[in-house]
Design a binder for this molecule. Structure first.
Ligand code: SAH
Length: 244
């Protein structure tokens, strides 16, 4: 009899462990979804970003899956977060703002310089036909590739290399986004921008302030427009060597 009661108790304990475990996982997903909805409404839509395709993409892409576990609870705060190797994932509003100015259409081919976590690439992949992204740090390129693959993105290609040279084989691009700060516009990127194409990048030498700049190629000429002030990690590689 005592044995029977013990078995019953054990059964109840195991069953309640599974129930609690499953519901807490569902709870996490609900927590992240609510936080994401709030982020899109409060930090993006209310600040003037009104493109419905972009808002849908920001609502769909799970930013918490692109940040290290220790920072997941902060994933939907409007701030950059560390992703390792001294680099950061950009603030959600800035991701939305840069993407907004690129006016991505479903047939577009996009080039990104600075894959980082792969989050911006995922947002672009929701909007464009093909996304090519270059990351100079091997470890980050690999990790981003794995995250994007796990989430089922089959229209993003990541390579490790110096984005200064662009990725000529797949160009020209309808849109180019540079997510590290450059002292000047890398000339290869201008060459790889298609007629009518848009490029957005943080321009400037100051590590604490750069100008987010939008370039448009019209009849072979480049039109330049200031968007706002931003702070990005610097572009490394060839562009740094050129400065010396
Ligand atoms: N877009 C990223 C955040 C980028 S942080 C995201 O969504 O998470 C800037 C990234 O640019 C860093 O990962 C840095 O290693 C990378 N980077 C710096 N210089 C580069 C270069 N010359 N070519 C390619 N990537 C570069």
């Amino acid at each position: 009899m005592a044995m029977e009661a013990l078995i019953k108790l054990l059964f109840i304990l195991v069953a309640s462990f599974f129930v609690l475990n499953c519901s807490s996982q569902g709870g996490d997903e609900d927590f992240y979804l609510t936080a994401r909805q709030k982020m899109v409404k409060e930090d993006i839509q209310k600040r003037g970003i009104d493109d419905p395709r972009l808002l849908d993409a920001m609502l769909k892409v799970e930013r918490h899956l692109f940040v290290p576990e220790d920072y997941r609870h902060l994933a939907y705060e409007d701030r950059p977060l560390p992703i390792g190797e001294g680099q950061t994932i950009s603030q959600p509003y800035i991701v939305a703002l840069m993407t907004y100015h690129l006016h991505i259409k479903p047939d577009d081919r996009v080039l990104e310089i600075g894959t980082g976590s792969g989050y911006q690439a995922a947002v672009l992949a929701e909007l464009a036909k093909e996304v090519y992204s270059i990351e100079i740090i091997e470890e980050l390129a690999q990790r981003a590739q794995e995250s994007l693959k796990k989430l089922g993105y089959s229209n993003v290609w990541v390579k490790c290399g110096d984005g200064f040279y662009g990725w000529k084989e797949h160009g020209p691009y309808d849109a180019i986004i540079v997510t590290c700060a450059a002292p000047k516009v890398p000339k290869h990127l201008i060459e790889q921008l298609d007629e009518g194409g848009r490029m957005i990048l943080p321009l400037g030498d100051d590590p604490f302030y750069q100008t987010l700049t939008l370039l448009t190629k019209k009849e072979g000429r480049i039109e330049k427009r200031r968007v706002t002030g931003v702070v990005f990690v610097p572009m490394t590689g060839e562009i740094e060597r050129e400065k010396r």
